[in-house]
Write a protein that binds this ligand. Sequence first.
Ligand SMILES: Nc1ncnc2c1ncn2[C@@H]1O[C@H](COP(=O)(O)OP(=O)(O)OP(=O)(O)O)[C@@H](O)[C@H]1O
Length: 209
Amino acid sequence: MQSILQAEQLTSVRGERTLFSGLDLTVDSGQLYQIEGPNGAGKSTLLRILAGLLKPQAGEIKFCAENCDQVRGEFLRDMLFIGHKAAVKPELTAIENLEFFAAVQGHPLQAPPFELLAQLGLVGLEDVPAGHLSAGQQRRIALTRLWLTSARLWILDEPFTSLDTAGIALLHKRFGEHLAAGGAIVLTSHQPLDWAGQAFVRMQLEYQW
Ligand SMILES: Nc1ncnc2c1ncn2[C@@H]1O[C@H](COP(=O)(O)OP(=O)(O)OP(=O)(O)O)[C@@H](O)[C@H]1O
């Protein structure tokens, strides 16, 4: 199996507290990697470090066996990060948000994405500013990125937050397709993941005092 992401000897200190030190992890192609742990343990911090949004105090991150800083352009093209906030532009409609995501990812939409919006249960809400929608509906808009991206590595902070059962099932299906195509996913989730038949790794981040 090919390793997509490797972290070696990571240390992160926030304020007075060392969240983790000497942390190693390897995420392979086709693998779903779940980071678990109590509130404040440092899961979001770790994801932001893995996505290159925050510098660790020590350690190295490699993308396809190359130091991430040295292959930054390739890494940014091939990695999708979605943070734990809804991550939508509230003043834009669902369609405008999708057009924005697609353009940012370098694949501008050729036609309005009605089919994708229907698939995500957003029919009839296309023209409403996202900020007027419910938390779960905003989350669904944010997650449409997963249908618009060609990135191999997905880093997702609490992707199931605010989603109903149908939304969770939709996301599971999309994850399955991505992993089957050789992609990899690193995520945090406070909900237990029922994942069968795919490479699934769980890592527990303890709260360090
Ligand atoms: N920008 C920041 N400056 C200083 N400390 C921060 C900053 N961001 C986070 N922290 C601290 O780092 C610690 C870990 O936060 P983090 O958000 O990574 O935890 P988490 O495991 O994702 O928690 P949760 O399960 O509640 O989402 C917390 O104590 C938090 O206060």
